[in-house]
Design a protein around this ligand. Structure first.
Ligand code: ASP
Ligand code: MG
Length: 405
């Protein structure tokens, strides 16, 4: 008998039939005598639909009210999943994030989990019930409903697996596991039997939308081994765990393309101390994550001026632009340009540490395919370039072919 945490994403609970399938799978584990905690996302498209409605009313709605609104998506699916289990004569109880004891800080729309007191979950499991927990949501210690950032149901599952000391954590999604690239874009992509937390983290934060990156960070920190697998079949998935020596034998584990980035450029910024600090402090105070930063060489006579570019997630572009416009009189730049037509293409692999020439091969491949590189950033196990969005997919295919066949 094992304690299993299973998380089902939006497509896996996308309609009543899919929810019945989830219940059937949960029943298989229950019939073996396992204890099961199920974490569910909102039905696919629901969260986006709720956001769209709010933005039709006002472009920058209150973040507290957005949390109140978005939490309803998951609340729908926990109840439907419990009902689907009842229909199979399985005892099941649904809990909101707050009822499951998930306490967060007060940063609405991207709250961090502070602690979990899963007493209610334990009590229900002890009473022989399947417990269904709403993903993506929690509650502050003052009782305000919060959400954990887009894709946050993964975090709920991993954090619950850690808090409950679960024997197994399974992340069910609409793909068979983690691939060397998104198979919808690169048909030759292959499923990976295993991947290290760090590689998965890079891939997740690079737009390989298999999992939310914060949840992988959390899993790494607490040593939660988990499996990413499909809810539509019984194929084994990809195990995500600590790096092992044999993993370095492969140069590149995967290629990803993030189409959800936007670039902000401040043109004609005075090149003097304190400017970058002011820009990025203000951006940080608005809780906007910045990814790549590039500053050009200064030009012009007199007070030298430079251009400063950085990338943010597309949904944050409006907010970032507002912050920068608010600094115009203090900094005195010439203009601000926002560009949504970019893609970030990345290659990832712990093997990069021991194989030289990886960057050269990537850039050469892009050059041969007529793809211009706009920005570059690297880490020990990753190389990312910003390219024209229109060329993103063909660039991805070429780079995958060069490294992974
Ligand atoms: N429903 C939320 C979202 O769409 C959380 C999740 O799916 O994990 O972002
Ligand atoms: Mg989702």
């Amino acid at each position: 008998m094992a304690l299993i945490v299973q998380k089902y994403g939006g497509t896996s609970v996308g309609n009543p039939d899919r929810i019945k399938n989830v219940a059937t799978r949960v029943k298989q584990y229950r019939d073996k005598g396992d204890q099961v905690v199920v974490v569910v996302s909102a039905m696919s498209g629901v969260t986006d639909g709720l956001i769209k409605m709010a933005k039709e009313i006002m472009p920058l709605p209150s973040e507290r009210e957005m949390d109140m609104l978005l939490a309803t998506g998951e609340q729908t699916t926990i109840a439907l999943t419990a009902i689907a289990l009842h229909a199979l004569n399985i005892e099941a109880t649904s809990l909101t994030g707050a009822q499951a004891g998930i306490v967060t800080d007060g940063v609405h729309t991207k709250a961090k989990i502070q602690n979990i007191t899963p007493k209610a979950v334990h009590d229900l499991l002890d009473a022989g019930k399947v417990v269904i927990v709403a993903g993506f949501q929690g509650q502050t210690s003052e009782g305000h409903i919060t959400t954990l950032g887009r894709g946050g149901s993964d975090l709920t599952a991993i954090a619950l697996a850690a808090a409950l000391k679960a024997d197994l954590c399974q992340i069910y999604t609409d793909v068979d596991g983690v691939y060397t690239a998104d198979p919808r874009i690169v048909p030759t992509a292959k499923k990976l039997p295993e991947i290290s937390y760090d590689e998965m983290l890079e891939l997740a934060s690079l737009g390989a939308k298999v999992m939310q990156s914060r949840s992988v960070e959390f899993a790494k920190k607490f040593g939660v081994v988990f499996e990413v697998r499909s809810s539509l079949n019984d194929n084994p998935g990809t195990i995500v765990k600590e790096e092992t020596p044999s993993m370095e034998g492969v140069v590149i584990r995967g290629v990803s393309l993030d189409k959800n980035q936007a670039k902000v450029t401040l043109v004609g910024v005075p090149d003097k101390p304190g400017v970058a600090s002011l820009v990025f402090q203000s951006i940080a105070e608005a809780n906007i994550n910045v990814d790549m930063i590039v500053q050009n060489i200064s030009h012009g006579s007199g007070t030298p001026a430079t251009d400063l570019s950085f990338t943010v997630d597309k949904p944050e572009l409006l907010k970032a632009r507002k912050v920068i416009e608010g600094l115009k009189s203090t900094i005195g730049y010439r203009e601000v340009i926002a560009n949504e037509g970019i893609g970030k293409l990345s290659i990832v692999g712990v093997g990069m540490r021991s194989h030289p020439g990886v960057a050269a091969k990537m850039f050469d491949t892009l050059a041969k395919n007529g793809v211009n590189i706009d920005m570059i950033s690297t880490s020990e196990i990753k190389i990312s370039v910003v390219v024209d969005l229109a060329k993103g997919e063909s660039a991805m295919k070429a780079v995958h072919a060069a490294f992974l066949g």
